[in-house]
Design a protein around this ligand. Structure first.
Ligand code: PTJ
Length: 265
């Protein structure tokens, strides 16, 4: 199976950027199958760019936000994980796993409407093992007030107390905050409007953040409610975003020397 995948995009496993190229091709494949919007390719490229200046690794600040996000999800009465095309194409199995561990439905919510997209995403999630998928039937959707984009159509999100929004455009996070929801964002851009508006901002690539969330959820599930509350209450999102910006500055500073080591001069 792995070999077939490899043949599909013709990238040798020995290529120094194999992992990155593998996910790039998942996005391209997703676009061909209607899962990913055309603009999703551009969004992915923007994400890659931010990932580069984070050193393509989960930073200490991201790890902190991930732990707080998982604690908040375990504490929430009605948590929901919002799923768009890019997320479904990149990490369908991890979405299905996290949904089960924290007992939160996956709600398909798209910015770009196209006939067949919701069905294509539902199929990929089901194939990955997801069992609780919402947002697939028009009759069950309601509108979020104060939002004009297609993302205003929601199902369980309207009654949720905590919504996780990976890779999103800023409008909806702002609208969700205005109707009193708590929001967890996963966004490689630490100063996007989504990142700034969210209550808990995970500045990390979704391909690393979700496996880490699954791992942490298994640990935190054993904690008492008071311990989870403590984790959430001791977190300062603004400070954590500022720490992330400092880490980016430090990384770029270090690259003044390190980037040229490749030349072995
Ligand atoms: O599937 P749809 O129709 O709902 O559309 C999804 C996209 C992503 C196309 C849509 O939401 C969009 O246009 O988003 P933006 O405004 O480009 O914002 C996406 C954000 O996600 C940007 O800040 C990117 O840096 C970030 N991003 C991109 N790839 C990743 C990411 N963050 C985390 N992990 C990634 N892999």
């Amino acid at each position: 199976m792995k070999e077939k995948e490899n043949q599909n995009h013709n990238v040798p496993k020995t290529h120094p950027r194999y992992e990155s190229l593998k996910f790039r091709h998942k996005i391209i494949e997703g676009m061909k199958n209607l899962v990913v919007a055309e603009a999703g390719l551009i969004a992915h490229g923007r994400g890659e760019c931010f990932d580069y200046i984070l050193g393509e690794k989960t930073t200490e600040s991201a790890r902190k936000a991930i732990r707080v996000a998982v604690a908040a999800l375990l504490l929430a009465d009605k948590p929901v994980i919002s799923v768009n095309g890019n997320t479904a194409a990149l990490v369908p199995k991890e979405l299905a796993k996290l949904s089960k561990i924290i007992n939160a439905p996956l709600e398909i919510n798209l910015f770009y409407h196209k006939v067949g997209r919701i069905e294509a995403i539902k199929k990929i999630l089901e194939k990955a093992g997801a069992t609780d998928i919402r947002g697939t039937s028009k009759e069950e959707l309601v509108e979020i007030e104060g939002l004009e984009s297609n993302r205003r159509f929601v199902q369980s999100i309207i009654d949720a107390d905590l919504i996780m929004v990976p890779l999103e455009d800023g409008d909806r996070t702002e609208a969700l905050k205005k109707i009193g929801k708590k929001v967890i964002a996963v966004d490689l851009n630490p100063i996007s409007r989504t990142a700034i508006w969210a209550d808990i901002t995970i500045v990390d690539n979704i391909i690393r953040a979700l496996p880490e969330m699954i791992k942490i959820a298994k640990d935190l599930k054993n904690l008492k409610k008071e311990q989870l509350i403590n984790i959430v209450n001791n977190f300062n999102n603004k400070k954590n975003i500022i720490d992330t910006l400092d880490l980016i500055k430090e990384y770029i500073e270090a690259q003044k020397e390190n980037a040229f080591k490749i030349l072995k001069l």
